[in-house]
Design a protein around this ligand. Structure first.
Ligand code: IMP
Length: 426
């Protein structure tokens, strides 16, 4: 697939631990799309888009908002912090962008103040064993959803029901906060008033988004399904427990938006030309020594949502092969290749060595194998010249090597920060 995508429903999925530069790829493909949808996650995600000298930092609203005429959908599989969402609406409008074509599923769940309080308190209590969450209340909100105790976007439509639900939830959550975590309880009136204020602003955006996307597909429109986080942070297929509480993998795009899996034609994986990870958990190719800091500085590897330093490592093809498998990738976008321009020799992990000495090309199915896996590297030549509209020979060889190893075509290569710094290959 090239820049002139013609397929109706395409999923864009992070192929690593999040922060792969999906926003830039979505932004590019959104220009030819009629609808862009988020299908999971919440304000734990953050994408920065630089366009016409303006920098936009978004958490909830899909990157498609910057493409005129593109509808933006937040699907049922997402969790929404209503105050963050309203803040984004206000900011976009203040900068002259219309928010009229943003639609939020009434079935999406709300992140409430107690979710944020519990996320923080729980991480504090875990201490050294903490997951390193974004503290945005993601896990507690999805837990309440699964327990059927959640408050949904459609509950905002009726102030009386809303207050009742808050009251019921708080009766239990305050016991948890006080007795389990020793944290201060939350006040019912204050929570209800805060929510009622944002409810007014949010109501016009609530829609039957499953129907909206289905109708668009029936009319032959192009729909982009934008994943947040990444494959290795997937609740079922990631490096549990150091994962998020939703399913970023491509198949979840269908459930998260409310369409059948047969409607999805293309799955574009997005991977950096190296690897980063924020939060705790195993990371076999993490760099030791000064190259770690160098890569962080060159790549500007600091979290959009939390500002935390990202851990940096060499490209891990075992993990990428796994991402190709669990997502059914039809192509790959390789971002930030320019960051590697500064390295003379570039190690790439092609196999893991397991504790019993066996070497494998497959991602270990058992956590202790993964925790103890040692990377086996092949070292490729660097190019040490800036990448322009064309890739230097060694850079092209790097891309070809990735393609051969994971058996997925690399369709796009990111070569710089600017919106247009991207090379289409196939
Ligand atoms: P949570 O999603 O806030 O519960 O955090 C769980 C794990 O996912 C932590 O390791 C976070 O650092 C990581 N995480 C969540 N969202 C993102 C993201 O957008 N990019 C990268 N890592 C993320």
């Amino acid at each position: 697939m090239g820049q002139d995508a013609t397929v109706p429903a395409t999923v864009i999925v992070g192929a690593q631990w999040g922060d792969e530069g999906k926003g830039k790829i979505v932004d590019l493909l959104a220009r030819e799309s009629d609808v862009v949808c988020r299908y999971q996650g919440g304000p734990n995600a953050g994408h920065t888009i630089v366009t016409d000298g303006e920098t936009y930092k978004l958490h909830h609203i899909p990157s498609g908002i910057l493409s005129p005429g593109t509808a933006c959908v937040i699907g049922a599989g997402c969790v929404i912090d209503p105050e963050t969402f309203v803040g984004e609406l206000d900011e976009l409008e203040a900068r002259g962008l219309s928010t009229a074509d943003i639609h939020v599923s009434g079935n999406a769940h709300l992140i409430m103040p107690w979710h944020v309080a519990i996320d923080r308190a729980s991480e504090r209590r875990l201490g050294r064993l903490q997951i390193g969450t974004t503290r945005r209340g993601i896990g507690p909100a999805y837990a309440d959803k699964a327990s059927r105790l959640g408050i949904r976007v459609q509950d905002l439509l009726d102030a009386k029901i809303l207050r009742q639900k808050i009251e019921t939830a708080l009766a239990e959550k305050n016991v948890w906060l006080e007795r389990v975590y020793g944290a201060p309880p939350l006040d019912l009136d204050e929570c209800a008033e805060r929510l009622e204020r944002v409810a007014q602003r949010l109501r016009p955006y609530v829609a039957d988004t499953s129907l909206l996307v289905d109708t668009a597909l029936r009319e032959g429109k192009r729909v982009l399904l934008e994943g947040a986080q990444g494959t290795l942070l997937d609740l079922d297929h990631g490096t549990y427990p150091f994962v998020t509480s939703s399913n970023p993998v491509a198949a979840a795009a269908a459930t998260g938006v409310g369409i059948g899996p047969t409607r999805i034609d293309e799955v574009v994986g997005v991977s950096k030309a190296y690897v980063t990870r924020v939060g705790e958990g195993p990371f076999p190719t993490e760099i030791e020594g000064p190259d770690q800091e160098r890569m962080r500085e060159l790549g500007g590897e600091y979290g959009t949502t939390t500002g935390r330093e990202r851990r940096c490592g060499w490209l891990d093809l075992v993990a990428l092969r796994y991402a190709a498998r669990v997502n059914g990738l039809t192509s790959l976008a390789l971002t930030k290749l320019d960051v590697l321009s500064h390295f003379e020799r570039i190690p790439v992990c092609v196999r893991y060595r397991l504790p019993d000495g066996e070497e494998t090309r497959e991602f270990p199915a058992h956590q202790s194998d993964f925790h103890h896996a040692e990377p086996v590297f092949e070292v490729l030549d660097g190019w040490e010249e800036p990448i322009g509209d064309r890739l230097p020979r060694a850079a092209r060889e790097y891309v070809d090597f990735v393609e051969d190893q994971i058996v997925v075509p690399v369709s796009l290569v990111g070569t710089g920060q600017a919106r247009e710094a991207i090379v289409a290959l196939h």
